[in-house]
Write a protein that binds this ligand. Structure first.
Ligand code: GUN
Length: 292
């Protein structure tokens, strides 16, 4: 079994993005002062997990030499006030920005996401980007799905004509990865079965046991067990769950699945860093769209 090292692949992507930006900025014939890409991160309240994800995002910006600013708001901010701030960010110099989720309960996330300019939506969550992605048009891609596809590509894991089972149907991960794999994302189309935690367990197992690639994103430690996959499968574990002991684990029973799968993403160090690589790639692409 080989671990898919998202940390190492992400590091390479960030290095390449930095070099590409340097290359564009060094080109004297542009004839004007091109500033480096910049990203803003909107953080509402004090969610411990969000703080840690945002730290990882800012570290990635530093590695890719992308300017960033964290913009913090009190957890009592109203949806109306937050939307006003989003409108300012839409007109700001930032090439892209994200609103870190989850938001406090009194703010409906879609009411905020829908206000983000599609051109600055580096998470790829805006309905316009999601719709274009679904239609197979060029768009800002949902960052986690983009990162997973880059990881599979890096390890030359074929997706064309492969049977993929995606467990989880969230707007952030499950839905977009199912759609992107079924579209022609640079590497051909997969045959995708989309399931979730409500799929009857026997039916789910029947499907996942036949899959060449299983992607699990349900947020339940130990959900995917070895008896649910076939020998030699590729398993992408999107879950990030903190146990009472403080240990971070994914959605797989790692010990069991690692004995049967050919490839597996570790948690941490698998999909997490690749989500950030997706975000950085989107920022670079937003900057290029604006300037080049
Ligand atoms: N919260 C958990 N994952 C994400 C993500 O990819 N983007 C944002 N904005 N919030 C998140």
């Amino acid at each position: 079994m080989k671990l898919l090292d998202g940390r190492a692949v992400s590091k390479e992507i960030l290095k390449k993005v930095k070099e590409d930006i340097d290359h564009h900025i060094d080109k004297k014939h542009l004839g004007y002062n091109l500033s480096r890409p910049s990203m803003a991160i909107v953080l509402v309240g004090h969610n411990a997990a969000s703080e840690s994800y945002v730290r990882a995002k800012t570290k990635a910006c530093e590695k890719a030499d992308i300017n960033y600013k964290i913009i913090r708001f009190d957890e009592n901010i109203s949806a109306f006030e937050l939307i006003s701030e989003i409108k300012l960010l839409n007109k700001s110099h930032f090439d892209g920005f994200i609103v870190q989720l989850p938001l406090p309960d009194h703010i409906e996330p879609n009411s905020i996401i829908n206000e983000i300019s599609a051109y600055k939506d580096i998470d790829g969550f805006h309905p316009l980007n999601f719709g274009k992605m679904a239609l197979g048009q060029k768009s800002m891609r949902p960052a986690t799905a983009y990162g997973i596809l880059k990881l599979l590509q890096y390890y030359n894991i074929p997706t064309n004509s492969q049977h993929v089972v995606v467990i989880g149907r969230s707007n952030i991960v499950g839905k977009p990865i199912s759609i992107m794999l079924g579209n022609d994302f640079e590497v051909g189309r997969s045959t995708v079965t989309s399931c979730d935690i409500h799929t009857p367990k026997e039916l789910l197992k029947e499907e996942s046991q036949k899959a060449d690639i299983v992607i699990v994103a349900v947020g339940q430690p130990g959900f995917l067990t070895a008896d649910m996959i076939k020998e030699g499968a590729v398993v992408i574990d999107v879950g990030i769950n903190r146990l009472e002991s403080g240990k971070l684990v994914g959605d797989c029973d790692f010990d069991g699945v690692s004995k049967k799968a050919d490839y597996l993403t570790p948690v941490p160090g698998g999909v997490g860093p690749m989500t950030i690589a997706g975000l950085i790639l989107n920022t670079y692409e937003a900057w290029k769209m604006k300037n080049l």
